[in-house]
Design a protein around this ligand. Structure first.
Ligand SMILES: NC(=O)c1ccc[n+]([C@@H]2O[C@H](COP(=O)([O-])OP(=O)(O)OC[C@H]3O[C@@H](n4cnc5c(N)ncnc54)[C@H](O)[C@@H]3O)[C@@H](O)[C@H]2O)c1
Length: 334
C-alpha cells in the first residue's frame, strides 16, 4: 500500500482517487475550494460524477500540508490554469525527490511551457512524472477498462507510477517521452474543439475522420519540432486521446465546439458548458508555438480565427478544404 496526496478534487482528481483507493492505497484528496471538501465529506460523492461513491478510507482536506505530509506520491489534478499557483503553494511541504505526477492537460499560455515544465520550475526538488491517455473521468470512476501511459525522466519512476495505478480496469504503459506525452495531451483539446464545431455545423463522420487524421499530423509536426517522439504521437497519449476527445460527449472541448458550430460565441459556449474548456487556452498557446517553430498548423490556425476573430465556422472549413493541393506526406518520394 502507498500513501498518495491527490492535489485537486475535480472530476479527474476524484476518478483517479477512486481508482487508487480500489487498488488498496491510502488517498488524501486536497481541494482549494472549502465548499467542495465539505460536500465530499458529507455526501461522499462528487457532483460531476453522480452515483460514484467515495470508498471508505478516502480522506479529504483543505490543508496542503496534510495532503502532502509523508506521502509516497503526489498527483496534481487541478485544471491547467491553476497548476503554477498550486505548485507554488506546494513548495514549502515538498520532500526532496518526492514524485509528483501531473495529470492536467494544457500549455501555459504566458510561457508556452508544458505543465511538467511549470512544475519543475516551481518545484525544482520534485521528481516530476506525467500520466495521460484516452481516459474520461466518467468512465474511469465506474471501472470501465482504460489505458494510459506514465512518462518520467527515469524508468524507475515511470515503473513506480505504473505499479500504483495499474489494475484489471486500468492498464498503464511506461515511456521516457514526457514532452511528447504532454504535447499530445494539450494539443488534442484544440482539435476536439474543431471536431465539435464540425458536429455543430451538421457535418458527418468523414469530416470527423479528416480532422482526427490531419489533426494528429499537425500535432506530431509541431511536437517533433519541439523534441517529442513520433512514436508517442501514434500512441495512447497522442492519437488515442485525440480519438476519444473528438468522439466522446464526455469531452467538454467537443461540447463547447458543438455550440460554437451552432452559432454560439466562444464566451457563450464556455458559459453553457460550465467547466474549464482548456482547448480555448491551448489554442492560443498552440498558435504561438507554431509561429515560434515556423510550423504550418492549418486546423489550429482556423480554430483560433473562429474563437478569437469571429470568423464564421463554415468559412473556416471552406478555407481548410480549399488550401493549395499538396502531398499527404511531404516526406514520401515517388
Ligand atoms: N475530466 C477528465 O476526464 C480528465 C481526464 C484526463 C485529464 N484531465 C485533466 O485533469 C485536469 C483537471 O480536470 P477536471 O476534469 O478534474 O477539472 P474540473 O473542471 O472538474 O476541475 C474543477 C476543479 O478545479 C479545482 N479548482 C477550482 N479552483 C481552483 C483554484 N483556484 N486552485 C486550484 N484548484 C481549483 C476544484 O477542485 C474544482 O473542482 C485538467 O487539466 C484536465 O484536462 C481531465
Amino acid at each position: 500500500m502507498a500513501t498518495i496526496g491527490m492535489i485537486g478534487a475535480g472530476s479527474w482528481g476524484i476518478a483517479l482517487s477512486v481508482l487508487l483507493c480500489n487498488n488498496g492505497h491510502q488517498v488524501t484528496v486536497w481541494s482549494a475550494l472549502p465548499e467542495e471538501i465539505a460536500e465530499l465529506k458529507e455526501k461522499r460523492e462528487h457532483r460531476t460524477l453522480p452515483g460514484v461513491l467515495m470508498p471508505e478510507g478516502m480522506e479529504f482536506t483543505t490543508e496542503l500540508e496534510e495532503a502532502m505530509r509523508e506521502k509516497d506520491l503526489l498527483v496534481t489534478a487541478v485544471p491547467s490554469v491553476f497548476v503554477r499557483q498550486t505548485a507554488a503553494k506546494m513548495k514549502p511541504f515538498l520532500r526532496p525527490g518526492q514524485i509528483v505526477v501531473n495529470v492536467a492537460k494544457g500549455i501555459e499560455e504566458s510561457t508556452l511551457k508544458t505543465l511538467s515544465g511549470v512544475l519543475e520550475e516551481e518545484l525544482p526538488a520534485a521528481d516530476v512524472a506525467v500520466l495521460s491517455g484516452p481516459s474520461h473521468a466518467e468512465e474511469v470512476s465506474r471501472g470501465l477498462p482504460t489505458t494510459c501511459v506514465a512518462g518520467a525522466r527515469t524508468r524507475r519512476t515511470a515503473e513506480y507510477v505504473q505499479s500504483l495505478f495499474m489494475s484489471e480496469v486500468f492498464r498503464v504503459y511506461t515511456s521516457p517521452d514526457v514532452l511528447g506525452i504532454e504535447l499530445g495531451a494539450a494539443l488534442k483539446n484544440v482539435i476536439a474543439l474543431a471536431a465539435g464545431i464540425a458536429d455543430g455545423l451538421g457535418y458527418g463522420d468523414n469530416t470527423k475522420a479528416a480532422l482526427i487524421t490531419r489533426g494528429i499530423a499537425e500535432i506530431a509536426r509541431l511536437g517533433m519540432a519541439m523534441g517529442g517522439k513520433f512514436e508517442t504521437f501514434c500512441g495512447l497519449s497522442g492519437i488515442g486521446d485525440l480519438i476519444v476527445t473528438c468522439a466522446s460527449m464526455h469531452s467538454r472541448n467537443r461540447r463547447a465546439g458543438i455550440l460554437i458550430g451552432k452559432g454560439y460565441t466562444m464566451e457563450e459556449a464556455m458559459k453553457e458548458v460550465q467547466m474549464v474548456v482548456e482547448g480555448v487556452y491551448s489554442a492560443k498557446a498552440a498558435l504561438a508555438l507554431a509561429k515560434k517553430y515556423y510550423m504550418s498548423m492549418p486546423i489550429i490556425e482556423q480554430v483560433n480565427a473562429v474563437l478569437f476573430d469571429g470568423k464564421p465556422a463554415s468559412e473556416a472549413v471552406r478555407d481548410l478544404m480549399l488550401r493549395d493541393p499538396r502531398d499527404e506526406d511531404s516526406g514520401l518520394s515517388w
